[in-house]
Write a protein that binds this ligand. Structure first.
Ligand code: GRF
Length: 215
């Protein structure tokens, strides 16, 4: 059984989806063993409690710098002996030391087709840039922010008349589809990282770049 720890900062809809996926057996032999938030008011914490998953707050504001916050977070996380650590809307930049400690078992979901639009406000920037395709990316986390090896991406069209909200909703639906899939591949031992590339044994073409709006 692989032990999964999820880190959130806010709403927690990806976390919620991952918990549901675990409960429905979509993640293969995996168990979500703990949730961490860096803010006491993260809405996702209520859902974690409702799902009977131990949830903890390690508040970054109680720490003078990134290193001491990361050290406290590592100490708290390691008590749960995770095989896999999932960032799900976790809005803190992690130190290189943190990412190295969990190298190869630390994933993130990012709301753009990386390497386009790393960082914040991805939907607004996609609209401003006039791209016709947008989407989301599940990737391994490395010290280079939003530039780790890509596991899975899903594209959606940008429609005339879209605003940030409609585009974000279209992308979020895909986030909820591909994050559990990437996690299952990890749990099944199907992922191999070579440099920037991730090989996923048994990957089907339609798992990636699947844009349901075109179908
Ligand atoms: C998602 O769009 C995720 O890709 C990004 O932050 C958002 C978090 O949403 N990193 P939620 O908290 O999972 O609902």
């Amino acid at each position: 059984m692989k032990r999964i720890v999820i880190l959130i900062s806010g709403r927690g809809s990806n976390m919620e989806r991952l918990i549901r996926a675990e409960r429905q057996g979509e993640l293969a032999q995996a168990q979500v063993v703990a949730i961490f938030a860096n803010r006491a008011n993260a809405q996702g914490l209520a859902h974690a409690a409702a799902a009977n998953i131990p949830a903890f707050v390690v508040d970054h504001e109680n720490h003078p710098d990134r290193e001491s916050f990361d050290a406290a977070l590592i100490a708290a996380i390691d008590r749960h002996q995770p095989d896999l650590l999932l960032l799900a809307g976790f809005m803190r930049i992690l130190s290189a030391g943190f990412t190295r400690r969990y190298a190869g078992r630390l994933m993130n979901i990012h709301p753009s087709l990386l390497p386009a639009f790393p960082g914040l406000h991805t939907h607004r920037r996609a609209l401003e840039a006039g791209v016709r395709l947008h989407g989301c990316t599940v990737h391994f986390v490395t010290p280079a922010l939003d530039h780790g090896p890509i596991i899975l991406q899903a594209a959606v069209p940008v429609l005339d008349g879209d605003d940030e909200e409609t585009l974000a909703a279209r992308v979020l639906r895909e986030e909820h589809r591909i994050y559990p899939l990437a996690v299952r591949w990890f749990v099944e031992g199907r992922l191999r990282i070579t440099g920037q590339r991730v090989e996923a044994r048994g990957r089907q073409q339609e798992d990636a770049l699947y844009a349901p709006c075109f179908v």
